[in-house]
Write a protein that binds this ligand. Structure first.
Ligand code: C2E
Ligand code: CA
Ligand code: CA
Ligand code: CA
Length: 279
């Protein structure tokens, strides 16, 4: 970016590195981006590994910046978290995703779930459960079709409070999934006591499947453990047929990844669902 726009970073201060300038620019623009409707929610299909059917979509936030094009959530979400903007932004994502998911059901023979990523700040709001309930009521989405994705780090922050909040969400009928599983530090003991429904095997393990013994062993262990705890397993970041076959053999239920589809804009989701394209 800096190269494209010449030497504009010099403007700030010679000591500031590129990243710091980037951060400040994003900070300024983020504040107005919601009002200017620069955000979009894209969706990555999740596929049943036994039947090849699309069973749901993960909602992934995109920022279409007027001057800079698409900015990755990996860049702007940490900044939105720091500024506290993730709370209104996350709420917008949740509401938009529920509206879209409500609409998809007409094109699908079986119910389609939507998985929404949550940041810790959102989850820790005092009235979080009420807000989710209000969005479900407003959009009319069946709570059983909403999955909330939380990371281990977020869940393990304060386990007692986590259990209380998760129990309330479960009482509404919502599913809970642990994102990036295997990369955090959750104790297996706590895992058993959390009211969760699914685990997502992190891409870092999936990536090396069928090439590294270690990655195979970890995925096999996660799948076996999930089975004994009666949890669903979704593998993320599946890019090759080899990885897919390895996961099928291990008994993993579902996958998402570039092999089937990247995250796509809402208009393409509608086309994909109407075409009923199987894996
Ligand atoms: P995540 O939740 O682990 O999402 C998976 C990321 O992997 C997504 O990146 C997705 O586009 C990418 N991906 C999917 N399949 C493949 C594949 O086969 N190969 C590779 N190399 N990558 C794949 P994305 O969309 O850039 O999102 C990055 C992260 O930003 C997400 O990681 C999530 O932590 C965060 N994020 C995205 N949307 C939201 C949101 O609405 N709220 C919050 N709090 N976080 C979000
Ligand atoms: Ca996720
Ligand atoms: Ca993930
Ligand atoms: Ca990840």
């Amino acid at each position: 970016w800096c190269k494209q726009q010449g030497q504009s970073y010099r403007f700030y201060s010679p000591e500031m590195d590129e990243l710091e300038v980037e951060r400040r620019l994003i900070e300024m623009d983020l504040t107005q981006a919601i009002e200017r409707a620069e955000f979009q929610v894209h969706y990555q299909p999740q596929v049943n590994l036994r039947t090849g059917e699309v069973i749901g979509m993960e909602s992934l936030l995109r920022w279409n910046h007027p001057g800079r094009g698409m900015i990755s959530p990996a860049t702007f979400i940490p900044i939105a978290e720091e500024l506290g903007l993730i709370v209104p932004l996350g709420e917008w994502v949740l509401k938009t995703s529920c509206q879209h998911a409500k609409n998809w059901q007409q094109w699908s023979a079986s119910p389609l779930r939507v998985s929404v990523n949550l940041s810790m700040r959102q989850f820790q709001q005092d009235d979080f459960v009420d807000r989710v309930a209000a969005i479900l009521a407003e959009t009319g989405l069946d709570p059983k079709l909403l999955v909330l994705e939380l990371t281990e780090t977020c869940l393990m922050q304060d386990v007692k409070t986590t259990i209380t909040i998760l129990s309330k969400l479960k009482a509404l009928g919502i599913e809970i999934s642990i994102d990036d599983f295997g990369t955090g530090y959750s104790s297996l003991n706590y895992l058993n006591s959390l009211p969760i429904d699914a685990l997502k095997i992190d891409r870092s393990f999936v990536q090396h499947l069928a090439t590294s013994e270690g990655a195979n062993a970890i995925s096999t262990a996660i799948i076996a453990m999930a089975k004994s705890l009666r949890l669903k397993v979704v593998a993320e970041g599946v890019e090759t047929v080899k990885q897919l076959l390895a996961l099928q053999e291990m008994g993993c239920q579902a996958m998402q990844g570039y092999l089937y589809s990247p995250a796509i804009p809402i208009a393409e989701v509608e086309i994909l669902l109407q075409a009923d394209r199987r894996l």
